[in-house]
Design a protein around this ligand. Structure first.
Ligand SMILES: [Zn+2]
Length: 183
């Protein structure tokens, strides 16, 4: 199933509710501010209960990792795991460990992700929702790419949009003190 960047559907909410982690240099991870930019599956009939976190490194200006995370913790493929079809950096495995700890330790953040997931699904299920203006052409483009056997094309387009959004997240130099966890 194709995904859609959350900020395309809910730009204001994404701007205020996208988590960033400011990290020291550690375990091969460069000091930077890492934005956890979200994408969700907009199929209203699909109960996948997942978020894709596109981890954008603000100062390096690149996608440092792409992490799949399932809300159903009982599921064997809940993750988090590095997504095989999306960009990863050499230090993505180390970064994923840091983010996995963050997800485990911050229940409020996980609740926020679940709320965003629910918003996307309810917008997708409602033909009168204003987000349909974005969803319909997005779906058509994805369907067309799939029909032409270009499954990765929608991913590549989403990647560009996610990076553009990552760049708009608040810029601040990495702190020298202990890493701050919240935005
Ligand atoms: Zn799904």
């Amino acid at each position: 199933m194709y995904l859609i960047p959350f900020h395309l559907l809910f730009p204001d909410l994404a701007q205020t509710e996208t988590r960033s982690l400011t990290l020291f240099e550690q375990a091969g991870i460069p000091a930077d501010k890492y934005g956890l930019v979200e994408s969700y599956c907009p199929d209203p009939t699909c109960d996948c209960q997942r978020v894709m976190l596109n981890v954008f490194a603000n100062h390096q200006e690149k996608q440092a990792a792409t992490i799949n995370y399932g809300f159903n913790r009982a599921s064997k493929d809940a993750g988090p795991f590095l997504d095989p079809f999306n960009p990863q950096s050499p230090y993505a495995p180390a970064l994923m460990k840091v983010i996995a700890r963050h997800l485990e330790s911050d229940a409020a953040y996980v609740l926020r992700l679940k709320a965003h997931y629910a918003l996307v699904k309810s917008a997708a299920a409602n033909p009168n929702h204003p987000a349909q203006k974005i969803l319909i052409p997005w779906r058509q483009k994805a369907d067309k790419a799939y029909a032409q056997d270009e499954q990765l094309a929608p991913l590549r387009e989403a990647e560009q949009l996610l990076q553009q959004f990552g760049k708009t997240l608040e810029q601040s130099p990495p702190k020298k003190r202990r890493p701050s966890r919240k935005k």
